[in-house]
Write a protein that binds this ligand. Structure first.
Ligand code: NI
Length: 200
């Protein structure tokens, strides 16, 4: 064989070998397909936070019911109140299945949103809405588990800063496993029928 052909052949073989060897490794970078056929199955997991009474609560405290989880902050001027109202509206529309769901609002701004502030704030939206706060570290940990993006952004308002954050509403099953998520940008009826699809 000519030298150039040999080099060419060797290169191709090396590439094939690399693909065979690295393929599975590269595939692992892509979110794994879970029981629900999507990488989002990795969303959620254990957490320890603080309820309105100042008690430490873990995710285990919510077993046996579905969790409808939303992250935000009480100083949020628009998206958070809109989303919380939508969750409340969806639960009211749902009827008796709503009793199987615990709606939870977790703050991304624990400095201002103390457990007591959260407890008072959630009452504006829905009687059974649970407000949870925690230490900065506890909040960072639960946000990380739920793949929630958030970032403190300084501004000139009297409040001093805002929290830029992603705004999905997560539905978790009675064992705490991720089922699906919703967004305030979808019609209310889509959230209601989405809940109906999973909640029994
Ligand atoms: Ni918000």
């Amino acid at each position: 064989m000519q030298r150039t052909v040999r080099i060419w052949l060797f290169s191709v073989l090396a590439l094939v070998a690399a693909a065979v060897y690295l393929g599975p490794t590269l595939l692992n970078v892509v979110p794994k397909s879970g029981a629900h056929g999507s990488g989002e199955a990795l969303i959620g997991g254990p957490f320890t936070l603080i309820n309105a009474k100042g008690e430490q609560v873990t995710d285990e405290a919510f077993r046996g019911k579905f969790m409808l989880v939303y992250f935000g902050f009480t100083h949020c001027p628009d998206i958070c109140p809109t989303t919380l109202l939508m969750m409340a509206q969806a639960l009211k529309t749902l009827g008796k299945e709503a009793a199987e769901i615990t709606p939870i609002f977790i703050t991304l701004d624990p400095k201002r949103d103390t457990p007591q502030v959260m407890g008072t704030y959630v009452k504006n939206f829905y009687p059974d809405l649970v407000g949870l706060s925690g230490s900065k570290e506890q909040i960072a940990a639960v946000a990380d588990r739920y793949k929630v993006y958030y970032s403190l952004v300084k501004n000139d308002s009297a409040m001093g800063y805002m929290v830029d954050h992603s705004g999905f509403v997560y539905l978790m099953d009675p064992q705490g496993k991720y089922l699906t998520h919703f967004s305030h940008t979808m019609p209310l009826q889509a959230m209601v029928s989405g809940l109906r699809k999973y909640v029994y």
